[in-house]
Write a protein that binds this ligand. Structure first.
Ligand code: HEC
Ligand code: HEC
Ligand code: HEC
Ligand code: HEC
Ligand code: HEC
Length: 253
């Protein structure tokens, strides 16, 4: 009797183990992504997925439901789509006026800065201000470079624009300069980091290490503060940070 029971128990255990593994796997799988990745009909819906799949968001597990709502644990399309509304529906989480708060669930600091800007004011009144995805695109979570920013801002900041009344036509070039400063600051901070880690081997640079960490925090802060769109203030801050990086480096010699 014992001889039969033991293998049976063992078999039952294996069966249980596979079942529970399967069910946790099914739970972990995001059904929005699972189903959408297999759509292959050349539609806009497929294109959205293709844009998404290479993004930093996709890599970090920011799945469709985080921005669109719905039920990500449901395999059935109709049930999964409950609460998912097309972008032109005012109640949709991705309606253009709702986008800042949808992104702000995870990017709270950027949202807070953005809400104080003229851009947000225009967005929430006439609808003519940019929202997060005007600049970052809905799917790629694009990081803007000094080269592309000029063209982007020019879409509304040009002398024939029906969007802006003040015709601040220098904005595109000024934005490009600001982002160039961002790029320089980031690069110099990175260099400083390398320099410090080499110096650590021969000197005590602990106070400079602290200053360097502080500098990195300030650069991050500036990227958030940029979303007030007080671009001349941002330029002043970045020039100060460039000096700070220089001073830290000098103090090591
Ligand atoms: C079983 C397959 C399946 C699942 C699961 C699924 N979708 Fe879809 N989804 C589709 C298909 C197919 C379309 C194309 C339009 C249609 O057939 O309804 C679509 C369309 C969409 C659209 C465009 C809607 C519109 O009105 O234009 C969005 C947004 C969307 N899905 C988001 C989601 C989200 C978010 C989830 C998870 C909570 C999800 N989908 C789960 C198959 C699926
Ligand atoms: C980071 C937030 C975010 C994620 C993640 C995201 N989307 Fe979107 N999606 C948006 C926004 C915002 C729009 C509206 C774009 C606009 O206003 O042009 C949009 C638009 C769409 C549209 C256009 C049709 C419509 O009216 O809604 C489809 C289809 C879509 N998304 C599907 C998906 C699918 C499928 C996934 C997951 C594979 C996904 N999205 C993940 C933010 C997101
Ligand atoms: C569920 C949380 C979540 C939501 C909602 C979300 N994001 Fe993100 N986002 C992230 C995470 C996580 C990262 C990766 C951060 C990192 O790599 O340090 C990220 C990164 C980014 C980046 C930087 C990309 C890069 O390559 O470094 C941008 C830009 C961005 N998100 C914009 C948006 C926009 C615009 C929306 C709304 C349409 C949005 N996010 C909604 C979590 C989210
Ligand atoms: C008018 C254009 C514009 C709008 C609107 C905008 N951003 Fe940005 N955002 C930028 C630019 C340009 C940068 C680049 C600064 C940098 O990182 O060098 C940036 C940087 C970021 C970053 C940091 C990426 C990185 O380099 O680490 C995140 C996250 C982000 N934005 C999220 C948002 C969210 C969320 C919203 C809406 C509440 C928003 N942005 C609205 C232009 C915009
Ligand atoms: C979708 C259109 C649109 C885009 C794209 C856009 N803006 Fe604006 N911007 C506006 C509107 C509308 C105003 C409000 C000014 C007005 O009433 O004429 C404004 C105002 C501003 C102001 C003045 C803010 C203040 O507080 O006085 C700055 C600076 C600015 N934008 C920078 C930028 C930068 C930098 C970019 C590109 C990264 C950009 N904008 C892209 C529509 C846009």
């Amino acid at each position: 009797m014992k001889k039969i029971v033991l293998p049976l128990l063992f078999a039952a255990f294996c069966l249980f183990a596979t079942f529970s593994a399967q069910s946790t796997e099914a739970k972990e799988k995001n059904q929005c992504v699972e189903c959408h990745q297999s759509i292959n009909d050349g539609s806009i819906v497929q294109k959205e997925y293709n844009d998404y799949k290479k993004s930093n968001h996709a890599q970090k597990g920011v799945t469709c439901d985080k921005c669109h709502g719905g039920y990500a644990d449901q395999k059935d399309k109709e049930i999964a789509h409950r609460g998912v509304r097309p972008a032109n529906d005012r109640e949709s989480l991705v309606h253009f006026q709702k986008i800042p708060s949808t992104c702000g669930k995870c990017h709270r600091a950027e949202e807070d800065a953005f809400i104080s800007s003229k851009h947000f004011k225009k967005l929430s009144t006439s609808g003519k201000g940019p929202n997060c995805v005007t600049c970052h695109t809905p799917k790629k979570a694009r990081i803007l470079t000094s080269e592309v920013v000029r063209f982007l801002c020019r879409e509304c900041h040009n002398k024939d624009s029906s969007y802006t009344s003040n015709k601040l036509t220098s904005i595109p070039a000024d934005a490009q300069n600001t982002l160039t400063l961002f790029e320089k600051t980031t690069l110099n901070a990175d260099w400083l980091g390398e320099y410090l880690s080499l110096a650590t081997k021969t000197k005590d640079v602990s106070s400079q290490q602290k200053q360097y960490q502080d500098l990195k925090r300030k650069v991050k802060r500036a990227k958030v503060d940029w979303h007030h769109f007080k671009i001349y203030d941002t330029q002043v801050t970045l020039r100060e940070l460039l000096h700070e990086a220089e001073d830290i480096k000098e103090s090591i010699k």
